[in-house]
Design a protein around this ligand. Structure first.
Ligand code: 5RP
Length: 227
């Protein structure tokens, strides 16, 4: 099975959890896209709350009715991918630069399911560089403060501005992304708190105590993992 087969199997398993009438948070990335396609194929009467413009475009093109976050009275279930899934379903997200909208939608959801291929499961978070969303004004000064926060957590690493095609990546919110190649994050909660205390940091890709269930595509089938 390829990683993409595993992502597809996880996405289809998550789509099977959706019931008619639900409002569903729609994640971002290649795994979440499999979920959106499988959900659309079920032709249920549901509304989707997209976590990025890319997902909004995909879902609308497949005929899923969409709602803005603030127009949704409640979000019954959100399904999204992850870059790493650690112990207790602590996650790194934001590889697709959608971490802020993703976290807003996750936090507004009654239940959150993370879907992934098997390679995303790790014994400790941190091999995947941690994305940090930063306002553009004074972002190089903010990056120095982020370095200080990382040092306070014994992570001596300089965050790198994410670039694409020679230009800084802009999020859907007009912000920038710095990636911190920590290597290992033994205390994610302490790091999350340190990063949130830096003025200019909008949010970071540590999703802690948010996922209720992981559906992980493995060669033998889709495995359910609980926190
Ligand atoms: C986007 C994300 C994605 O969920 C994460 O990057 C995983 O992507 P993929 O499913 O393509 O591996 O957090 O911001």
């Amino acid at each position: 099975m390829t990683a993409d087969d595993q992502k597809r199997a996880a996405g289809e398993a998550a789509a099977a959890m959706v019931e008619a009438g639900m409002t569903v948070g729609l994640g971002t990335g290649s795994t979440a896209a499999w979920f959106v396609r499988a959900l659309a194929a079920r032709k249920l009467d549901v509304r989707g709350v997209p976590t990025s413009q890319a997902t909004a475009d995909l879902a609308a093109g497949l005929g899923i009715a969409l709602l803005e976050l603030d127009a949704a009275k409640q979000i019954d279930l959100t399904v999204d991918g992850a870059d790493e899934i650690g112990p207790g379903l602590a996650l790194i997200k934001g590889g697709g630069a959608a971490l802020l909208r993703e976290k807003l939608v996750w936090e507004a959801s009654a239940r959150c399911v993370v879907i992934a291929d098997a390679a995303k499961r790790v014994a400790m978070l941190g091999a995947f560089p941690l994305p940090i969303e930063v306002v553009p004004f004074g972002h190089r000064s903010t990056a120095l403060r982020i370095s200080d926060a990382l040092s306070e957590c014994d992570l001596g690493v300089a965050p790198r501005l994410r670039m694409k095609d020679g230009a800084p990546v802009r999020t859907d919110n007009g912000n920038l992304i710095y990636d911190a190649a920590c290597g290992r994050i033994p205390e994610p909660a302490a790091l999350a708190q340190a990063l949130k205390s830096v003025t200019g940091v909008v949010d970071h890709g540590l999703f802690l105590d948010l996922a209720d269930l992981a559906l992980v595509g493995e060669d033998a089938g889709v495995v359910r993992v609980e926190p």
